[in-house]
Design a protein around this ligand. Structure first.
Ligand code: Q9C
Ligand code: ZN
Length: 875
């Protein structure tokens, strides 16, 4: 291997240019004299060179005072103008996420500081290191908040004790609740929930949202005769009153509060309130649209004012616009809290204003007022017939980006099921399974604190199916598969694009989304959509075909457990020449003990580890390659060294083959358990890693491509067609997986592509981009002229092999990239090498690290070059 020519531009005087580090990862050298930057920043991972990785645990978000200028950094940027003036003032454009990121650490100071300052710095560094290590030892890693568990289900038969006295076929009827209950019992869901006692909301609670006059009026209806009730009802839009209506509306509101309180206290993880009458059309002084009191609005105010929450998200997927909720919060004053409080998102049928409640306020142009600007998000559909794909798109493209930015502490869902297929009012086509998916997506928010309150839903069949599916998600069941097509229809895209265009000004997370293609002003689209009538026009924009349904539907009650597979023997693969190699055995031992400390390990089902068999390895690798790796078993160090150096960034020891077979086999074992339905999902804590391994070559610490093997294996053992998605979130490109599946349509691979992906076909060391755990070791190559030191005659006594004049060559490039340092001895004839990374010295002949006082001058020189100051005494 030939060493590349040095790029002198990377050396600035004596100060070597620092590699840029990603925001949350820094390498800290304990010897580097960086006392001013060793302090851990929030959320940051620090790698202690030569030590263990320190992963800080961020403080619990609920315990964190959230000031607009700090955590999370993007929230401040998300504040609509005027809400939280950042340093740039209220009208400054919000920085995009990228621009808002922390700048890389400042370059180190150049040498020439007074000696005393240097000593002081070294002393401070010592002290900080000691403190850091001490602090780490006393970290109580196990003392973390227990994860709340249990899904609350609130229902009271009392809530069926009212109906419309003068219209027996009124859609809002007692059977809605009784049929839901029957269905949930049938599906075995009731017994899996924690019952929550329904209760009456107090007057004080009602007054959180409604006026005293309105409350008094509603209270007075309890004693009214039918005639009076009817007369009063008729003065409102779409309501009926029954002598029990007031009582039940108070019971419904209180029941939502009961569930919310148990979720906020951590007694329950999430919950569902089965209530009627519905609430989201009720306004401060008005009943409307079957609603008397606005339960969800009351619960949001309660959470904020009585339970101290700062941010509540209301998601309203009822097919009608919850104008009541919007009016209550659209100008919600939040001065005393200095943070936005309630974000209202509603997706609803609008038909360009032709659908009830016929309000321009239901359009996406209504965004809130004053300080509430940007905190009302309406997504109006202008055609009936919206499908799962349309609702999923609405969530993925609009709601979730904003919600992740908003970081709610509680999610309240105005859960109507009148968008469900078969509903006489909504005339939408949402499947029951889709409600499981919508619910599931919300569970990622607010630490899972999600409470569903029933709103509309008038087809008893689709209502009950929808509720059952949503409750399944609250209970942790996997979502049932959705039927295609998977893409939103043109009209839905138009609605979503318009809302995105409007809200991008408030929410930086929406700014990257392309909104021009289908904006309302786009005449081409109007044409493609045909005359804007009530009926969806035949598809005119390309819409992907539905994927064939491959899977049999999963069992109704799947296994609720997670598999864990691990085998200690994987630690026998190690780098015998470098115990500090980043891919070291402690990676898995530490991971496992952490799982144990957290009590996660005992919540898993341990799966049997096993070796991948020869035929299994051949699913992705060539017979020659497998044989070549097998032949490394029992080789001597020198031969192993050579075997590893055939490949890019690979080391091997006598146990490497077995460990790699074990790593792959463990992943296969996890696949077995998942496909057999023994577990719902699984984790394999394995090493060596696999995703760089090619069909016929080891690469980047990887020997066998465990994930690629698992994908092929899954397809083989499933006994039926199987689509496999591989998500590769490793910071490096999974070149091996890509090459293995590039032409296989059955496996989709996805990874985050870096700007200049590693590995490169030809590796000049300064071209290799960041590999975070190697980054501080990546310095420009200074082979010519290498500082070469003559060794005195004492030298050979230390190192058994060389006689005569010996040389120490300083290699200032990465030892792991393109095999530079490994191959340096061969290429240059130098018998030993001094690492610029950690000032260790390597002897090629005895294949060992060595130390001797005669090396000191070379080390001092290297240190001076690297850090611009003298080697601290601690060396
Ligand atoms: N011709 C809920 O779903 N429709 N409310 C009025 C007038 C009112 C629905 C039609 C529908 C209200 C909670
Ligand atoms: Zn509705």
């Amino acid at each position: 291997m030939v060493s590349p020519t040095p790029p002198s531009a990377h050396v600035q005087g004596n100060c070597v240019a620092q590699p840029r580090l990603p925001r949350a990862v820094r390498m800290v050298s304990l010897r580097a004299g960086q006392s001013d930057s060793i302090r851990q920043r929030p959320g940051e991972t620090i790698f202690l060179k030569g030590g263990e990785q320190v992963k800080p645990f961020p403080p619990h978000p609920d315990l964190q005072p959230l000031t607009p200028t700090c955590n999370p950094p993007c929230l401040a940027a998300a504040m609509p103008p005027g809400v939280s003036p950042g340093p740039e003032g209220p009208s400054a454009p919000a920085p995009s996420g990228r621009a808002g990121r922390r700048a890389p650490p400042p370059p180190r100071r150049s040498p020439g500081l007074p000696e005393a300052k240097r000593r002081g710095r070294a002393r401070r560094l010592h002290q900080e290191v000691a403190e850091l290590q001490d602090g780490l030892q006393h970290l109580d890693l196990a003392a973390e908040k227990p994860v709340p568990s249990g899904t609350g289900l609130a229902y009271d038969k009392e809530l069926t004790s009212f109906h419309c006295l003068w219209d027996k076929s009124f859609p809002e009827c007692p059977a809605r609740l009784t049929s839901i209950w029957t269905k949930l019992v049938e599906d075995g869901l009731v017994e899996r929930c924690v019952p929550v006692q329904a209760r009456l909301a107090t007057e004080e609670e009602i007054l959180l949202v409604h006026s005293p006059q309105f409350l008094a009026l509603m209270a007075s209806t309890a004693d009214m005769e039918e005639g009076k009730l009817r007369a009063l009802s008729d003065t409102y839009d779409s309501v009926y009153l029954h002598p029990n209506s007031y009582h039940c509306a108070r019971l419904a509101a209180g029941t939502v509060l009961a569930v919310v309180d148990k979720v906020l206290s951590g007694e329950l993880r999430n919950g569902l309130a089965l209530i009627r009458p519905p609430g989201h059309h009720a306004q401060r002084e008005r009943m409307e649209g079957y609603c008397l009191f606005n339960h969800v609005a009351i619960a949001a105010r309660h959470a904020r004012e009585r339970r101290g929450l700062q941010r509540v998200l209301i998601v309203d997927w009822d097919v009608h616009h919850g104008q009541g909720t919007q009016f209550i919060f659209e100008d919600d004053p939040r001065v005393s809290y200095n943070t936005p409080s309630v974000l209202y998102f509603s997706v609803h049928r609008y038909d360009n204003g032709a659908f009830w409640p016929h309000l321009p306020d239901s359009d996406s142009s209504a965004v809130g007022r004053g300080q509430g600007c940007g905190f009302t998000i309406n997504l109006p559909w202008n055609q009936p017939g919206m499908t799962d794909a349309d609702y999923i798109s609405a969530f993925l493209q609009l709601l979730l980006p904003v919600a992740f930015e908003f970081q709610p502490q509680l999610v309240l869902v105005a859960a109507g099921f009148d968008a469900a297929i078969g509903d006489p009012k909504g005339q939408m086509l949402v499947s029951p399974a889709c409600f499981a998916h919508l619910t599931h997506m919300l569970l990622a928010l607010a630490g899972g604190k999600v409470v569903l309150a029933l709103e509309g839903g008038y087809n008893l069949h689709s209502l009950t199916e929808g509720v059952s599916a949503a409750l399944g998600s609250l209970l942790g069941d996997p979502c049932p598969p959705l039927a295609g097509p998977a893409a939103p229809c043109p009209s839905a895209l138009q609605s979503i694009s318009k809302a995105l265009g409007i809200h991008a000004q408030f929410w930086p997370s929406l700014q990257h989304v392309e909104v021009s293609a289908l904006s309302t002003e786009d005449e081409g689209v109007e044409e493609a959509l045909g005359e804007t009538g009530g009926v969806p026009s035949p598809v005119e924009l390309p819409c992907p075909e539905a994927l064939p349904s491959l899977e049999a539907p999963p069992p109704r009650r799947p296994p609720a457990c997670t598999g864990l597979v691990y085998d200690e023997r994987m630690t026998q693969h190690y780098n015998m020449w470098d115990s500090q190699h980043p891919e070291r055995p402690q990676r898995v031992t530490r991971a496992l003990s952490r799982l144990q400390e957290l009590g996660l390990e005992r919540r898993c089902l341990r799966l049997p580890p096993r070796l991948a068999t020869e035929p299994e390895l051949l699913l992705c690798h060539s017979p020659e390659y497998v044989a070549r790796l097998r032949a490394t078993v029992g080789l001597r160090p020198r031969e192993l060294h050579r075997a590893g150096s055939r490949y890019n960034s690979v080391y091997m020891c006598g146990e490497s083959f077995e460990a790699a077979c074990l790593a792959a086999g463990c992943v296969l074992s996890a696949v077995d358990a998942v496909l057999a339905g023994q577990v719902q999902n699984a984790v394999a804590v394995v090493r060596p890693p696999g995703h760089h391994a090619e069909p016929d070559a080891a690469c980047g610490f990887c020997l066998f491509n465990s994930v690629a093997l698992a994908a092929r294996y899954a397809q083989q053992v499933a006994g039926r067609p199987l689509r496999v998605l591989i998500l590769d979130w490793d910071i490096h490109h999974g070149n091996g997986i890509q090459h293995i599946f590039e032409e296989d349509p059955r496996v989709a691979t996805t990874w985050q592509q870096q700007q200049s992906p590693w590995p490169r076909a030809s590796g000049h060391c300064w071209e290799t981009p960041h590999w975070p755990h190697l980054q501080s070791w990546h310095y420009p190559c200074l082979h010519t002229p290498s500082p070469v030191l003559s060794m005195p005659s004492a030298w050979p006594a230390l190192c058994t092999v060389p006689t005569g004049p010996a040389f120490v060559s300083m290699v200032l490039c990465s030892r792991y990239v393109a095999g530079h340092m490994v191959a340096h001895g061969d290429a240059s004839g130098h018998p030993m090498v001094l690492s610029f990374a950690d000032l260790s010295a390597w002897c090629y002949d005895c294949e060992a690290y060595i130390h001797h006082p005669t090396l000191l001058p070379a080390k001092i020189l290297a240190h001076r070059l690297k850090f611009g100051n003298e080697l601290p005494a601690l060396l």
